[in-house]
Design a protein around this ligand. Structure first.
Ligand code: ATP
Ligand code: MG
Length: 188
């Protein structure tokens, strides 16, 4: 599951947990991006902060882990590169790529879109406010699944912190504390 995770929130975690259970996956690997290509117009928090928040949020789940491939590659992150790196790291694995309904709508605009579907099976999950549909995507390349609706976005979490509102229960407790310790999002 790729993402900016700025910050990681319970929408990400519920989606990952639900896909893990429904597909009986051995592991869900969260992959925080370097600089996301769609977000070059806004300041994204330091990769190390986003990586550490993702580690804090996932540490207690034996099915969850975090990969540094995109953070280490640096520069702009393209999912096609992420999937090549994961394929090299796990040559025998069957790879799935989890995306929310909003990201799924844009997938054909991603770099090397046709190749993406040969590198992984895509799983699109429901997200409040977006339609989940695969009519624009190649037949059989994507599974669509319902996950418990969590109307949470990282953007809303950052705005809440900037306005002095709490993010308790939107993000894991350790992430609330990390945001405060590192003074993130206060001037967003
Ligand atoms: P931002 O507002 O900064 O874009 P975000 O909340 O959309 O943050 P991302 O890191 O952009 O989080 O998303 C990573 C992946 O998780 C994407 O595939 C996105 O569609 C999915 N996702 C994010 N929030 C939810 C949610 N509440 N329910 C289901 N999927 C989600
Ligand atoms: Mg997003």
């Amino acid at each position: 599951m790729g993402g900016t995770f700025d910050p990681v929130h319970h929408g990400h975690l519920v989606a990952a947990s639900e896909v893990q259970a429904q597909f009986d996956l051995d592991e869900v690997i969260f992959v925080p991006t370097g600089q996301p290509w769609q977000k070059t117009d806004r300041k994204v928090s330091a990769p190390e902060d986003r990586y550490l928040m993702t580690v804090i949020a996932t540490a207690s789940n034996p099915h969850f882990s975090v990969s540094r491939v995109d953070v280490e590659r640096g520069g702009t992150t393209y999912t096609v590169d992420t999937l090549h790196d994961l394929r090299n790291a796990f040559p025998d694995a069957e790879l799935f790529f989890i995306t929310g309904a909003d990201a799924l709508q844009q997938i054909l605009s991603w770099r090397q879109a046709e190749e993406l579907f040969s590198l992984a099976h895509f799983v699109g999950v429901t997200r409040p406010g977006y339609n989940l549909d695969d009519t624009h995507l190649p037949n059989g390349s994507v599974s669509l699944i319902d996950v418990p609706a969590m109307a949470i976005s990282s953007t809303a979490c950052r705005e809440r912190v900037a306005s002095g509102l709490p993010v308790w229960y939107l993000v894991p407790d350790g992430v609330v504390q990390y945001i405060s310790k590192r003074d993130l999002y206060r001037n967003a």
